[in-house]
Design a binder for this molecule. Structure first.
Ligand SMILES: Cc1ncc(COP(=O)(O)O)c(C=O)c1O
Length: 481
């Protein structure tokens, strides 16, 4: 079939809304199920209107709408195509239907698929224009021409300087650019850290529940991942002490003290001191993942372990810009003792030579010119409103289906599902209604069959989308007995 000529479609019919929205939704459905593939050309508006028996303006309006939303792209004198950059064929994070001003009919939202992520930022808030401007400045600078070749495997010095002087300072970390390694996201930092400090068969203690992507990094180098329980104050340090006594092969511990992943609790002050002391006694290396420090809403900022640690403490501090910007930008950083940092830089050079220099330089500009700081303040304001709205709605609409403690920060809420509810069935039912939820049990080391937890990442959803997501969850028929 050449779609240029003909595309037959069954229109999703809803008499309460304009036909162009029905058509737009039908096209989205075909994209989502893979019938229309990224890059594929669509029939012209005249041809499609003839095939479907619609007015040409209706087809034109639907195409226009989908171009505005990013599903389609229109290329002058070539036609309309399915966008190439739809993540894994399905875009689940659809923006609400924008009011285009082009149509006189009232614009309604497209029924779209929503995803509850594990706590990701809203790309719609990202200062994209400013970032594009920063890129332009970098790419057109004479310095870029003169230094456009291979450069420092440790990362662009402009970004390391900016992080050291303006960013990490606020986290109580007094470091110089020499102490920092820039990575492609903190995931690379976790991998390099594990490779630099662990040998095959070595153990690394991790929080359980915890962050499976970190475990994957540790395991890929042959390390043994040993779970230590977490409670309302974070990692149970007494249990860690016991685990260390039982397993002398444990060389390191991985922690998320700011907001424990996935439970969101903050590691208590007493436990922090105990952990640092325990690590000293056992010559244990601490890997601190400070992934979401930008978002603390309810109290004074809690400084990282690295800010408390004595100068000779063996600690690797890993941070990410994914939550402050967007995960797709892939920027993270590591601060580590010099011998470890050196090994990590050598390893990075072996697999990746160097980072993305234009991106690193553009981000340095965004830090220096205050854009990132302004964005952080704005994002915090918006996310705290979203968090409060979510908590209100969940209490109102889900009653005792879930229990939770309001998180003091971060981009997600950890919820325990009422044992009377079959969590997996709830998840499947939500999916049928257009809401994707990850199974909260994937955060546990041991496999569990019942879906008894939910990490509700809310920040990427606006108020309307949060309301819709909670409504879908509340529709579950057999809920609450
Ligand atoms: C615990 C934890 N660490 C790190 C990250 C950030 O990863 P990256 O910087 O690779 O995007 C995340 C992101 O979700 C996370 O949840």
């Amino acid at each position: 079939m050449s779609l240029r000529q003909e595309l037959t479609l069954e229109l999703i019919g809803d008499p309460t809304r304009p036909v162009f929205i029905d058509l737009a939704e039908s096209l989205i459905r075909e994209i989502q199920r893979g019938r229309l593939r990224p890059g594929q050309i669509l029939p012209g508006t005249r041809a499609l209107s003839r095939t479907l028996g619609l007015h040409r303006n209706t087809v034109d309006a639907a195409y226009h709408e989908l171009v505005m939303q990013g599903w389609l792209v229109s290329r002058a004198s070539r036609g309309t195509f399915v966008a190439e950059d739809l993540p894994s064929a399905i875009r689940t994070d659809l923006a609400p239907l924008p009011h285009t001003g082009r149509h006189s009919r009232p614009s309604r939202r497209l029924e779209s698929v929503l995803t509850i992520t594990d706590g990701t930022p809203d790309p719609r808030l990202m200062p994209r224009v400013e970032l594009a401007r920063a890129f332009r400045t970098v790419m057109t600078s004479s310095q870029f021409l003169s230094r456009g070749s291979y450069s420092d495997s440790q990362g662009a010095s402009a970004l390391r300087d900016a992080l050291a002087e303006e960013f990490l300072n606020a986290r109580g970390l007094s470091v110089s650019a020499d102490n920092i390694l820039i990575t492609h996201g903190s995931q690379m930092g976790l991998f390099l850290a594990a490779s630099a400090i662990l040998s095959p068969g070595d153990g690394i203690a991790v929080e359980n529940p915890g962050y499976p992507f970190a475990w994957a990094s540790f395991r890929s180098g042959g390390a043994r991942v040993v779970g230590v329980p977490v409670d309302h104050e974070g990692l149970d340090v007494d249990c860690l002490a016991q685990t260390l006594r039982n397993d002398p092969g444990i060389r390191a511990v991985y922690v998320t003290p700011h907001h424990q992943y996935p439970t969101t609790v903050t590691l208590g002050a007493g436990r922090r001191l105990k952990l640092l002391e325990l690590a000293r006694q056992h010559d244990l290396l601490i890997i601190e993942d400070d992934y979401d420090h930008d978002y603390r809403f309810d109290s004074a900022p809690v400084l990282p372990l690295a800010a408390r640690a004595a100068a000779d403490q063996r600690l690797i501090h890993i941070g990410s810009l994914s939550k402050l910007t967007i995960p797709a930008l892939r920027l993270g950083y590591v601060i580590a003792p010099p011998d470890i940092l050196k090994r990590m830089i050598e390893m990075r050079e072996a697999i990746d030579r160097q980072g993305d220099v234009p991106l690193e330089q553009a981000m340095a500009l965004m830090i220096r010119n205050g854009v990132l700081g302004r964005h952080a303040r704005k994002a915090r304001r918006i996310y705290v409103e979203r968090r409060d709205f979510l908590l209100r709605k969940v209490r109102e609409k889900l009653g005792d289906a879930v229990t939770f403690s309001a998180p003091a920060g971060g981009l997600a809420v950890w919820m325990k599902i009422n044992p009377c509810i079959d969590g997996e069935d709830w998840r499947i039912s939500a999916k049928k209604n257009g809401l994707y939820i990850e199974n909260g049990n994937s955060f546990f080391i041991e496999s569990k069959n019942d879906a008894s937890y939910l990490r509700f990442g809310y920040a990427h959803l606006d108020i309307g989308e949060i309301e819709k997501a909670v409504c879908i969850l509340s529709r579950y028929e057999t809920r609450f007995g």
